[in-house]
Write a protein that binds this ligand. Structure first.
Ligand SMILES: Cc1cc2nc3c(=O)[nH]c(=O)nc-3n(C[C@H](O)[C@H](O)[C@H](O)COP(=O)(O)OP(=O)(O)OC[C@H]3O[C@@H](n4cnc5c(N)ncnc54)[C@H](O)[C@@H]3O)c2cc1C
Length: 453
């Protein structure tokens, strides 16, 4: 995650809540927070853009100028986007007009468009874009804006919570409860109470007792996927403009594995406080199509993360064990059909993908990984939908394409009275962007300025 450094969004919110001393973070290795690995090539992404140019130039000496121009353009676009993001500060925008103009020209661009513009060699494109699993989109579909925001965000500082993610959530819940609020788990919103164009509350069912209760409020903030919520309310109740913005396609779903290995120190095999991304293919667009469109995982691209190496804090994990996670893309429609039609085939496909990933791991990274694996659990797109209640098992809300990242992007406005969206699809996905989305709405509703005007 990013946005943690002093003065950035997450830090400001934690300070406001009095949690900045309690909720702390560990930085990924700034010399290489993402380790990109592909047959014949390896590139560790550093925080410093100049160092990135040097490393790329060392791999592809004849293209040094192109890398410099590309990286400079990424920097300029990133600075422009900062000034163009709400809340817009006109004086800042004027001071950085050049950067803003640079950013605007890429409104409809994919990352691939920009790779092509700067004529980067194919292998370099793959190395630069190998964190595709952070978006679940390949370069030819991914919004250049989305890529720039995340890439530069991580360059400025990639972090992991010292006491792991769960403790961050527990701390936030403690603040809510100690201020008289309540967090009701196991409650499903089954209906919204709407009078004319005003939302006054919801009906929610306690999933343990099956009792339905009504909850009312002066303001109703909806964290459920906006399209799903709007359908529950009735799309016709929303203005034409909001209906258009709600017409987004979902981001692709994913395939996850959580493993525990015993008596194996992943640090001995090149793992540490960074993420590792593997590609078996030199063209990520083709690799993505193979997995997502053709469900062929024989030569997979995937991410590996080792949370127990990101912080020294102990976890419910024995001393002699480490946690290893794998992530790649998977097609929701395909898995849903398998699950509905043939449970055995569904299980077989899940296992097939896992085996394929493990074969790569044992061949390229950790021989005998399987021998040390004492626990694993796999999650398919339908698992994702069941656990997270995310429509189509989507990973990041609306898909991070130029169309969805453009001017028609949904925000908190719903066109109904006293009713606001607050979700990845009405803001941005990820830990820090989720803080940003919520804080911006808080600021607008309360007038208490946290992010500046
Ligand atoms: C596999 C995976 C790994 C990720 N890893 C990272 C990471 O390492 N770092 C990072 O920054 N981001 C990561 N993300 C992205 C991040 O998790 C999301 O962007 C973020 O959770 C979005 O927050 P949200 O509040 O918009 O939506 P959600 O977190 O999806 O919250 C929506 C909530 O609404 C609830 N809901 C839905 N319907 C109802 C209903 N009818 N009644 C009541 N409640 C309902 C759901 O249960 C859910 O809790 C990851 C995402 C995935 C899928």
């Amino acid at each position: 995650m990013f946005g943690i450094v002093e003065g950035q969004t997450v830090n400001r919110v934690l300070k406001k809540l009095g949690l900045d001393q309690e909720v702390t973070f560990e930085r990924y290795d700034p010399k290489g927070f993402d380790h990109m690995r592909m047959e014949g090539y390896s590139l560790d992404i550093p925080s410093d853009p100049e160092e990135l140019i040097q490393r790329l130039s060392a791999l592809f000496p004849e293209h040094s100028d192109r890398f410099r121009r590309f990286v400079n353009e990424v920097e300029k676009t990133g600075e422009g986007l900062k000034r163009l993001s709400p809340p817009v500060k006109p004086i800042e925008l004027l001071k950085h007009a050049g950067e803003a103009v640079c950013a605007v020209q890429y409104l409809n661009s994919t990352l691939q468009d920009v790779f092509d513009k700067f004529q980067l060699p194919q292998a370099a494109q793959t190395l630069i874009a190998l964190q595709w699993a952070d978006f679940l989109l390949p370069p030819n579909q991914l919004s250049f804006y989305a890529w720039v925001i995340l890439f530069r965000g991580y360059q400025a500082g990639a972090f992991y919570p010292t006491q792991h993610f769960e403790s961050v959530i527990n701390s936030l819940v403690k603040v809510i409860e100690s201020n008289g609020g309540k967090v009701l788990l196991n409650h499903e919103v089954t209906n919204f109470k709407v009078t004319d164009s005003t939302v006054t509350g919801v009906e929610a069912m306690n999933l343990l007792t099956h009792q339905t209760d009504e909850f009312t409020g002066e303001t109703v903030i909806c964290n459920i996927d906006p399209k799903k919520a709007a359908k529950m309310i009735g799309l016709s109740k929303f203005s034409k403009k909001v209906r258009q913005k709600l017409d987004y396609e979902y981001s692709p779903s994913n395939y996850m594995v959580y493993c525990v290995v015993k008596d194996l120190d992943m640090r001995d095999y090149g793992f540490g406080n960074w993420n590792l991304f593997h590609s078996g293919h030199e063209d990520l667009n083709e690799s993505f199509a193979q997995m997502y469109d053709r469900h062929d995982f024989s030569n997979p691209s995937f991410a590996i993360t080792t949370p127990t190496l990101l912080t020294d804090a102990s976890r419910d994990c024995p001393e002699d064990c480490q946690i290893v996670e794998f992530l790649t893309v998977a097609n929701y429609g395909y898995f849903q059909k398998l699950l509905e039609g043939d449970r055995k085939a569904y299980n077989k496909k899940k296992q097939e993908i896992f085996d394929s990933i493990l074969d790569v791991v044992e061949k390229h990274y950790v021989p005998n990984f399987r021998e040390h694996m004492v626990f694993h659990v796999t999650g398919s797109p339908t698992t994702n939908e069941r656990f997270c209640w995310c429509p189509n098992g989507n990973s990041y809300g609306s898909s991070l394409t130029p169309r969805n990242m453009g001017l028609g992007r949904l925000n908190h406005e719903t066109s109904l009275n006293h009713f606001y969206f607050c979700n990845a699809s009405s803001g941005y996905p990820g830990f820090a962007p989720t803080f940003w989305t919520g804080t911006l709405l808080y600021q607008r509703l309360s007038g208490d300025v946290l992010l500046g005007v």
